[in-house]
Design a protein around this ligand. Structure first.
Ligand code: ZN
Length: 676
């Protein structure tokens, strides 16, 4: 998986108290509109870095933001001009700000900022303005024609005729990424990754003609080009210093070069040099060479991604959208994952699994935990919480990949959920709420670490067993295996001995949340009458329902569903017994996998993972609807300031967290508006 998304705000609905946050009064909430909440994130331990490391982060942040307009233009050919028009109206508006039209206009602009264009960042549907065309027309009439983003020789009337349908007509450019394969996905996509009039068949034929057959180290074809039709022929227009997006790329190069000057080691200098060469030439072979140097550099504290990386914006998955993540290693949290991976053999040897299904020699997967310092391009304002790069399969196979978790982003999501009413609505009593507040954050993180570093890496197939024997249930059962491994060891005294947890009861927070989520709250993502389809959701319900089913009845039940005031709650009476059940199910699912027992696996899935109790489902949906939890969230970045001494030397870099959403967006347009 390339990118771990926290697409719905439902996952981090729990709250916590113990964490690395430096400022207890840090305000995570910035703005709220439409289906969006904007948060800010803290950059803990920034002040512990050396001046050179801080400067490197500063220069890389400047490089990151310099590419902002590229993302906007890639997302749609009118986006930059529409943004200029809307911001012009917004800045010069003198009427009442209390009218419905103005409020609708402001909401629309905030949506456009969040989408890096006129389409929703997640659904990719075009936004619908809730103000009339007449409102915008009146506002345009008040502005000097010279301040409008007209093209060469265009009149204001021509400009309106060109732009208004793009904003107001729902049929024009309706979807940014059109994926219905029964129609032409290129012609029907509104993005600007392909030229006007280019068809899907033409794109496919073009790339078939240029691809080198039997190439074991292929370049990422089309990654940094717009394919357009010129005089009836298809040509690629590459993004580079002297090509498309040159003015923005020139700035990126300038700041990358400054970062190189303060890099921590020669390996960093080498990969930055290679990245600059790639930006100068657009040569994708250089991008591959850069990716290899980058993935192999693991000594530095500061790290970053900057380029045309993920191709979700292209229905054919070829062209990368500009993005940048600037970050530095979270040493404390990375020590946690290194400790876990370093003890992988102990965990394997002591698991409740039949010895025949265990690995004699297991190697934990090491994942780095990082602190995000700047999000930009396609990673802003909406961002991933984990990244795994590079994307080229042959580079991953031969040189590995970097897998990282953005802990301060996860933390901000979590902290911002505090007080959203979720715990009060769904958690059974005050002591359990307190348990979750104290320990869910750390045990959730540990669960992910154990799942990723050990769970998937553990166990072995018996000789001759087909790895695909579990067929369509393979991924749900594999996720269940990794989750069970993690849950089983969360309650193990070994974690105390290793010093990664400080309370033997902490695991109860994760156990409670896991049961609540698997039995009830995840149903909020299922439409009434539908079954559970998604593999992770099936896995969670499988585990939770199986444990409930085997927990015993009446007074002796380890776990039960109880009614209070007509509402259903999860009640856990015996956590130790629940851990025993987790161990039993882990042993059974490992057996199913090791033996390739399709029938037993399918029986488990059908009995526990797919079907939904319609009455409980309805209750969960109703209780959720009373809470005000926004479906999508994103971030503003901190503002970086250089501090000088009296002689004009930089002596420090400081962070300012006070900037609001609209202010940040307008400042970015002022300072990084490098494209027309
Ligand atoms: Zn997994």
């Amino acid at each position: 998986m390339k990118k771990i998304l926290l697409a719905m705000a439902l996952l981090p609905a729990f709250t916590v108290a113990t964490r690395a946050a430096e400022d207890k009064n840090f305000d995570y909430h910035v703005d709220r509109f439409a289906d969006i909440e904007v948060l800010r994130y803290e950059v803990p331990e920034f002040n512990d870095l050396s001046l050179n490391q801080k400067l490197m982060l500063y220069y890389l942040s400047e490089a990151a933001q310099s590419g902002r307009d590229i993302t906007w233009d890639q997302n749609g050919r009118y986006n930059l001009r529409i943004r200029k028009l809307l911001e012009n109206v917004y800045r010069n508006y003198t009427g009442s700000k209390e009218t419905a039209d103005y409020k609708a206009f402001e909401k629309y602009l905030k949506q456009v900022w969040f989408g890096n264009g006129i389409h929703h960042h997640y659904s990719t549907d075009k936004f619908t303005p809730e103000f009339p065309q007449a409102f915008l027309e009146e506002q345009i009439a008040l502005l000097p024609a010279g301040s409008l983003p007209l093209t060469q020789g265009q009149t204001v009337e021509e400009f309106k005729a060109e732009i208004f349908p793009v904003i107001f007509d729902p049929a024009v450019m309706a979807k940014r990424v059109f994926q219905d394969g029964s129609q032409d996905v290129i012609v029907n996509s509104a993005s600007n990754l392909y030229g006007e009039g280019v068809t899907q068949a033409e794109v496919e034929a073009y790339f078939d003609s240029v691809k080198v057959p039997n190439d074991t180290t292929p370049i990422s074809y089309g990654l940094n080009t717009r394919l357009v039709k010129k005089d009836g022929r298809l040509v690629e227009e590459p993004y580079h210093l002297n090509g498309l997006y040159g003015p923005a790329i020139a700035k990126i190069i300038y700041w990358l070069d400054k970062a190189k000057g303060v890099a921590e080691n020669d390996a960093q200098k080498e990969y930055i040099t290679k990245l600059i060469d790639y930006y100068i030439t657009g040569d994708l072979k250089l991008f591959d060479e850069y990716s290899i140097l980058w993935v192999e550099e693991t000594d530095g504290t500061v790290d970053f991604v900057n380029g045309f990386i993920e191709s979700y914006g292209d229905p054919l998955g070829m062209t990368g959208t500009y993005e940048s993540y600037v970050n530095f290693k979270n040493k404390k949290a990375s020590a946690r994952t290194e400790t876990i991976s370093g003890n992988a053999q102990w965990f394997e040897d002591n698991s409740p699994v039949d010895p025949r299904f265990k690995k004699d020699e297991v190697k934990g997967v090491s994942a780095k935990v990082i602190t995000a310092a700047m999000l930009a391009g396609d990673a802003f304002p909406s961002t991933a919480i984990g990244i795994n790069l590079p994307n080229a399969n042959w580079i991953r196979a031969a040189h590995g990949s970097k897998s990282v978790t953005l802990e301060n982003i996860t933390e901000a999501y979590d902290m911002a959920s505090h007080g959203n009413g979720f715990n009060e609505e769904f958690v059974i009593d005050q002591p359990t709420i307190k348990l979750l507040e104290d320990y869910l954050y750390i045990t959730d993180m540990l669960h992910t670490d154990l799942h990723e570093c050990l769970g998937h890496a553990s166990g072995q197939l018996l000789p001759g067993v087909d790895p695909d024997a579990l067929k369509e249930n393979g991924s749900a059962l594999e996720e269940a295996r990794a989750d069970l491994f993690a849950l089983y060891y969360l309650a193990d005294p070994k974690l105390l001995e290793l010093g990664i947890i400080d309370n033997p009861d902490a695991y109860k927070a994760e156990y409670y949340k896991y049961m609540l989520n698997g039995l009830m709250t995840q149903l909020n993502r299922i439409e009434p009458g539908k079954d559970i389809e998604e593999a992770h959701m099936r896995n969670r319900q499988l585990i939770a329902k199986w444990v409930l089913d085997h927990a015993g009845k009446g007074k002796n039940a380890a776990v039960e569903l109880v009614k209070k005031n007509g509402k259903t709650y999860v009640q856990i009476n015996d956590y130790a017994k629940m851990r025993g059940l987790i161990g039993q199910l882990l042993a059974e699912i490992q057996r199913i996998k090791s033996e390739g027992d399709y029938k037993a696996g399918n029986d488990l899935i059908q009995k526990y993972a797919v079907k939904v109790d319609p009455k409980l489902h309805k209750e969960v949906l109703e209780r959720y609807s009373t809470l005000d939890i926004p479906p999508y969230r994103g971030f503003v970045n901190p503002v970086y300031h250089l501090v000088y001494d009296d002689n004009g030397n930089v002596i420090d870099v400081t962070l300012d967290y006070t900037e609001g959403y609209a202010d940040q967006m307008l400042r970015l347009s002022d300072n990084y508006g490098f494209l027309e």
